[in-house]
Design a binder for this molecule. Structure first.
Ligand SMILES: Nc1ncnc2c1ncn2[C@@H]1O[C@H](COP(=O)(O)OP(=O)(O)OP(=O)(O)O)[C@@H](O)[C@H]1O
Ligand SMILES: [Mg+2]
Length: 235
């Protein structure tokens, strides 16, 4: 049925007639992309993020971070179970970079990973115990996906239940040499009187494993969310 959103080129058929046959309409490729984003669970806000639209600031050595992430893909380091721990203050682009890496892996190596905001994953798993979707299925997907992004790990203190679940996921992936790309506002290890580390929030067995398989990439910069607000206020 023709609706307002029907493609003007193929009239919703998905195919365009040529002299000597048919070709797939470009609108079908967009749908394919949408379904891949859905499959990889990339949030709408970040679907257009990639390395090209991450504006590197020399002062913060962003070009080196981008080069490192691209090399990781080109050298296929993910095959050894290695990943990254992107750490830095809010708004500096950690999630943008993690999504850009997931997309690069898909486009260059045809690897479809999975993105999860850690708190949303825990929430989904908790809800699944009420029977909407089996928690076992969700956990299996998270444990088996070729690349897992755990966004915003350790953003708040965790309950024992949440710690157990995250232990289960991280230890299984670590044992199976499955890479993890982690973003966090807090450092992985160490103690200071100013901020808690992930080691203190989640325990040393997790921090020790993550330190072994995740290369720490400090992401520095301005809070880009903050600077946009400033721009609006100035007008
Ligand atoms: N260098 C950059 N170039 C272009 N856009 C950027 C850059 N840094 C951040 N942004 C944009 O700023 C917004 C915030 O970035 P992002 O969500 O990745 O921050 P974050 O480090 O993950 O923050 P949080 O710790 O709060 O999760 C996004 O829209 C992102 O695309
Ligand atoms: Mg983030």
């Amino acid at each position: 049925m023709k609706t307002e959103n029907t493609c003007p080129y193929c009239k919703g058929l998905g195919w365009i007639s040529l002299k000597n046959g048919v070709k797939k309409c470009s609108c079908q490729y967009k749908n394919l992309t949408d379904s891949i984003y859905k499959r990889m669970n990339i949030p709408k806000k970040y679907q257009d993020k990639d390395f090209k639209n991450f504006l590197p600031n020399k002062k913060y050595k962003h070009h080196l971070i981008i080069k490192r992430l691209k090399d990781y893909v080109n050298l296929e380091e993910y095959k050894k179970g290695k990943g990254f721990f992107l750490v830095g203050n809010p708004g500096v682009g950690k999630t943008h970079l993690a999504v850009a890496l997931l997309k690069e892996l898909f486009l260059k190596k045809n690897i479809a990973g999975l993105f999860y905001d850690t708190n949303s994953l825990l929430f989904k798993l908790r809800a699944s115990f009420d029977g909407v979707e089996s928690s076992r299925e969700i956990l299996e997907e998270v444990i088996n996906t070729p690349i897992l992004v755990l966004d915003d790990l350790g953003s708040e203190r965790l309950s024992d239940w949440a710690k157990d679940i995250l232990h289960y996921i991280i230890i299984n992936r670590y044992n199976d040499l499955k890479p993890m790309i982690i973003t966090s506002n807090i450092k992985l290890k160490g103690k200071s009187e100013f901020e808690e580390s992930l080691e203190e929030r989640m325990g040393s067995s997790i921090a020790s494993r993550l330190a072994e398989v995740c290369e720490i990439l400090p992401v520095k910069g301005q809070d880009m969310r903050g600077s946009r607000l400033l721009e609006l206020q100035e007008k």
